[in-house]
Design a protein around this ligand. Structure first.
Ligand SMILES: Nc1ncnc2c1ncn2[C@@H]1O[C@H](COP(=O)(O)OP(=O)(O)OP(=O)(O)O)[C@@H](O)[C@H]1O
Ligand SMILES: [Mg+2]
Length: 479
C-alpha cells in the first residue's frame, strides 16, 4: 500500500491515472446504482404488462352461474404466457365478493387495489420466494345485478431479476471499456506530453559542465516557470563561479609572491660566503613566511565568513565589545611601538553586543593593523568604543595620510590596495571588516580622521556602528 502510494507520488503518469481511476470509479458507482434502479423498473414494467394480460384473460372467463354464484374456467394459456420466461412459477386465485374465495391458491397474498385503478401490483413473498403480484378488479353481470370479483395472478421474480442483471452487466461492461480507453489515452498523452521534458533533460545532460548558458529548449508553458528559475539560478551560479575564479587567481598570486621571495632567499643562503649573509637571507625568508602566513590567515577568515553566511558560524554570543577592543589594542601596542606609533584606547564601562567573539576580534585586529601599517611613523592611533542611543560605536582613528574620499569605495573591494604601499598586505582587510560587520547587521564608514598640527594628510577614521540591541534578533545569526 505504502509502496503503491510512494510510486503514485513519484510518477506523474501513475498519478494522473490514479486520479482518473478514482474519479471514474466514483462516477461509475453512482451511474451503476442509477442503472440498476432503471433496469429493475424496466423489467417490472415489461413483466407487469404480461401479468395484467394474464389476469385479464382469466377475468374474461368468470361467469355468473344460475344460482348467482361465480364460476371460472381457468384458461391455462393465460398462465402459459407467464411461465414461458425462465424457471418462474405462476400462481393465481380468484375471489368473489369480499370474503368468498372461488379458486386457486388460497394462501396467495391479495393486493388491495387503489380505488379507480383496475390493476394493482405489489411485491410479496409466497412459499419463501419473492413474487410479484398483480390483482385485477372486475365485476360479472347477471343482467339484473353485477357481482364484483378479483383475479390475482403472481409469478416468481427470477426472469425479472435476470433481465435487470443483464441490463446492469451490459452497462458495467460499457463503463469498464470506457475507463480502460481513458486510461490508455492518458498513458499515451502523458508520454507524448513529457517528450519535451525528456528532450530538455537530454540537452542539459549533454552540456559541458562549464556551460552555464541559459536553457533555450522549447518546453510546455507549464514548465516555462521552472526553466526560467533554473536559468536565473544558472546566471547566479556563473556569477559566483566567476567571482571564485577571480578570487582563486588573485589568491594564488598573493601566495606566489612570498613563496618566490623564500625561494630566492634560500638560494642565497646556500651560496652565502659569510654567516652574516646567510643570516640576512634567512631573516628575509622568515619575513616572507610571515607574510604567507598572514595571507593564509586572511583567506581562512574569508572562508569562515562564507560558512557564516550559510549558517555555519558559531551562534552569536552576548559579548562586551569594549573589553574585546581594549584587549586587541593592548596586544598590538608592542607592534605599534616598533613602528613608532602611539596606540591608545578610549572607552569606559562596558558595551554589550550580540556577536561572534573570534570574528569581532578579527574585525578590530584588521583595523588596528591597518592604522599601524599606513598611518606612518609618529602617528597617533586611537581605538574608541562609545554608546549612543543603544547603538555601540567602534572607531579606529589615526592622523596619517588617510584615504581620499573617491578611493574609499574602492579599498572596500577584495584585493584592492593603495598604489604605493610599502607595507605588505593582500587587500583583504577592509572587505573582511565589512563582511563581518554585515553579519552582525553593523555598518562600516570611512571618514576623515584626526588631522593634527604639524602632520600632513587628512587622517582616517573607520567607524563601525552596531545597531541597538532591539534591532538585532538575539540568538539568530544576523544576515
Ligand atoms: N589607516 C589607513 N590609512 C591609510 N590608508 C589605509 C588605511 N587603512 C587602509 N588603507 C588603504 O586601504 C588599502 C586596503 O586595506 P586592506 O586592509 O583592505 O588591505 P591591506 O591592508 O592592503 O591588506 P591586508 O589587510 O589584507 O593584509 C590599503 O592597502 C591602504 O592603501
Ligand atoms: Mg589591512
Amino acid at each position: 500500500m505504502t509502496l503503491a502510494l510512494f510510486s503514485l507520488r513519484r510518477s506523474l503518469r501513475r498519478r494522473l491515472l490514479g486520479w482518473l481511476l478514482i474519479a471514474t470509479a466514483i462516477i461509475g458507482m453512482v451511474a451503476l446504482v442509477d442503472t440498476w434502479q432503471e433496469a429493475v423498473n424496466t423489467a417490472n414494467t415489461v413483466s407487469d404488462r404480461v401479468l395484467a394480460g394474464s389476469a385479464l384473460a382469466i377475468a374474461e372467463r368468470v361467469v355468473v352461474a344460475e344460482d348467482g354464484s361465480l364460476e371460472v374456467d381457468i384458461p391455462y394459456v393465460a398462465l402459459e404466457m407467464l411461465t414461458s420466461a425462465a424457471q418462474d412459477r405462476v400462481f393465481y386465485r380468484v375471489d368473489g365478493p369480499p370474503g368468498t374465495f372461488i379458486t386457486g391458491y388460497q394462501a396467495l397474498p391479495v393486493v388491495a387495489g387503489k380505488p379507480g385503478q383496475a390493476t394493482a401490483f405489489a411485491d410479496a413473498t409466497f412459499r419463501g420466494e419473492p413474487i410479484r403480484v398483480g390483482a385485477l378488479q372486475r365485476s360479472a353481470s347477471t343482467g339484473i345485478s353485477s357481482v364484483p370479483f378479483v383475479v390475482t395472478v403472481a409469478e416468481t421474480t427470477i426472469a425479472r431479476r435476470q433481465l435487470a442483471e443483464a441490463i446492469l452487466l451490459r452497462s458495467a461492461a460499457r463503463l469498464l471499456v470506457m475507463i480502460g480507453g481513458a486510461a490508455i489515452i492518458v498513458w499515451i498523452a502523458v508520454t507524448i506530453s513529457l517528450r519535451p521534458l525528456n528532450r530538455l533533460g537530454a540537452a542539459i545532460a549533454e552540456r559541458n559542465p562549464d556551460d552555464l548558458q541559459p536553457i533555450r529548449e522549447e518546453v510546455p508553458r507549464e514548465v516555462e516557470g521552472l526553466v526560467e528559475t533554473v536559468n536565473s539560478f544558472m546566471v547566479r551560479l556563473s556569477t559566483a563561479l566567476e567571482a571564485l575564479r577571480h578570487f582563486t587567481g588573485n589568491a594564488s598570486h598573493q601566495l606566489r609572491t612570498p613563496l618566490a621571495v623564500i625561494r630566492t632567499q634560500l638560494a642565497l643562503v646556500t651560496r652565502a660566503s659569510t654567516l652574516e649573509e646567510a643570516r640576512e637571507a634567512a631573516a628575509k625568508s622568515d619575513a616572507a613566511v610571515a607574510r604567507a602566513e598572514r595571507v593564509l590567515a586572511q583567506f581562512l577568515t574569508l572562508a569562515r565568513l562564507n560558512g557564516a553566511t550559510s549558517g555555519e558560524a558559531g551562534a552569536p554570543a552576548d559579548l562586551d565589545l569594549l573589553r574585546l577592543a581594549q584587549d586587541v589594542t593592548a596586544d598590538h601596542v608592542p607592534a605599534a611601538a616598533a613602528a613608532g606609533i602611539d596606540l591608545g584606547f578610549e572607552g569606559e564601562g562596558s558595551a554589550r553586543i550580540a556577536g561572534e567573539p573570534l570574528l569581532i576580534s578579527e574585525l578590530v585586529k584588521n583595523l588596528v593593523e591597518n592604522a599601524i601599517a599606513y598611518a606612518g611613523q609618529g602617528a597617533e592611533v586611537t581605538v574608541r568604543v562609545t554608546q549612543e542611543e543603544g547603538a555601540v560605536l567602534l572607531s579606529v582613528t589615526d592622523d596619517g595620510p588617510g584615504i581620499a574620499p573617491e578611493r574609499r569605495a574602492d579599498v572596500m573591494r577584495r584585493f584592492v590596495r593603495g598604489e604605493r604601499e610599502k607595507a605588505f598586505g593582500s587587500g583583504l582587510g577592509l572587505p573582511i571588516v565589512e563582511e563581518i560587520a554585515m553579519l552582525h547587521t553593523a555598518t562600516v564608514t570611512l571618514e576623515d580622521g584626526a588631522a593634527r598640527q604639524g602632520r600632513e594628510g587628512r587622517g582616517l577614521k573607520v567607524a563601525v556602528r552596531f545597531p541597538p540591541a532591539a534591532m538585532r534578533t538575539a540568538g539568530e545569526t544576523p544576515a
